[in-house]
Design a binder for this molecule. Sequence first.
Ligand code: BES
Ligand code: ZN
Ligand code: ZN
Length: 510
Amino acid sequence: MAKDIISVTVKAQKADPVALKSDLLAVGVFSDAKRDRICEEIDKLLGGAVAKVRELGDFEAKVNTSALLYGDGKTGSERVLLVGLGERSKATIDTIRDSAALAAGKAVKLKVRQAVLALHGGMGRRGYAARLGQALAEGVYFGSYRYDEFVTTNEEGRLKELTAIVADTDAGKVRQLVSGVKVGSVIGRAQSFARTMANRPANAMNPARLAAAAKEVARQTPQLSCTVFDERQLKQKKMGGILAVGSGSANKPRLILLKYTPARRKSGRATIGLVGKAITFDSGGISIKPAAGMQDMKFDKSGGIAVLAVMKAAAELKLDLNIYGIIPSAENLPSGTSYRPGDIVTTYSGKTVEVQNTDAEGRMILCDGLHYAVEQKCDVIIDIATLTGACIVALGKHKAGLMGNDSALIKQLQSASEASGEKVWHLPSGEEYSEEMKSKIADLKNIGGKWGGACTAAAFLGRFVGDVKWAHIDMAPVEAMFEGGKKPVSVGSTGFGVRLLTTYLMTMAK
Ligand code: BES
Ligand code: ZN
Ligand code: ZN
């Protein structure tokens, strides 16, 4: 399994954050709120330094901005980082997560060993502290993440470890913070794991290696088991979709099956199936993609990796649910053995598909995974995939597409999206769209018309779940961040889906 690129520890502790000894104290500041005890205390200790940066206009406390002051032996920390929270009335749990991410990012940059996070007095509502603790921990993991496992000479360098302490003087609040930080650390660690796996290039990550990583996760996680179908077993089971896509590469396809069963025996638990696309490299196959940007198609495994990381988090959180993680994985390359445009493929479900474009390969592997989930009698099936460029055209780079056949499930995922800060937008995928996917010479074809490609792709998938409640997340828009984003996100995989789906499962398990 991937070792943590940077080893992060987050804890909550009853202490005065201003006095606590550390290398950096991060304090949230609203742009409009007048008084805050911690800020005032620091201002006094530093001879009016906080008031001064604000007066000078060097720091307006807008979101995603910060200012660094020096403690000069007067505060417990060497450095004091003022983190902008923006307008108080607009602040949400996202603001808190993002501010922790920003602070953690600065901490890594400044080579800080230990950072203290102070809650703003205005965010400390009773009963809310557990959620705050969770968001802070998630943010620390997210913001401190760097992908540099292949960098051998880094002039800037960074430390291997970071400890963040959420300090508060109210014992009751600290108890809640501690429990929230525990949950947030599990999710944060799972998300960082997902980012590392997704960031690995195709010469370091192929279907067999992904399967080995999944086995390793299962070995280390109680109540999580993993079975892998290799090419021989895929043939035996007639999983024609996965086999077709994988046929062009020397790196043979796999179907990775994870299962989480809670330790305590109980009947009547819901069973959730998560299905994730793991194309370890998508060249397009015979319908080859243009060269520009093709390197980013190493991220085409991100949906499957999100499922793997969510299974790890769900098991560590001991959720009261049965969960399947189903990860079809293949490498889509052109060669003398590739599947071709025009081929008719018999999928695992028995439905036949006319291949009109080998680059629409995600749906060809997902349909076998979805049918497998139906066979396991899942009550709910959710798939997640970097499925279409059309979804990026529709939504830009800020939100993932969300489709499905059940309005209650869509609403649950929308709430999970709000709580987790991983944004989704509901798009249609009904009857009109599935009409477009009918073939004249087979049951289905794998591409629709020119328009609405995200919706026709979803409609294709919807044909493989029968009447099981199902949702589809097209994460192509948000899979990876490249330079220029406003938020403090390091380049490469965002680990999207890990927070969203774990949050969804947590509410289902309650
Ligand atoms: N993996 C791509 C989708 C994608 C594109 C993800 C850009 C992230 C960024 C997918 O397999 C694909 O190639 N889809 C085609 C479908 C088309 C041939 C119907 C697309 O979107 O162009
Ligand atoms: Zn493709
Ligand atoms: Zn693809």
